[in-house]
Design a protein around this ligand. Sequence first.
Ligand SMILES: [Zn+2]
Length: 67
Amino acid sequence: MPVRPPPVTYTCPNCNWSKTVAPCSDALLPHEFFTACPVCQHTPLNTAPARYIDVKLLNLMESLKRL
Ligand SMILES: [Zn+2]
């Protein structure tokens, strides 16, 4: 069984952009990995383990997308 990477929240300290990503496998897709802010191109981004509520929201949104 591959280990599922823990969800991570990226935050831009410059413009407050943030995104939580929960990779579906150990192979990161481009939209699941950020090295620079997509809004203002600021680097580096702050990263932190995603909060439980963010993960729940993310899972909910992904469930809705499948409907
Ligand atoms: Zn930014």
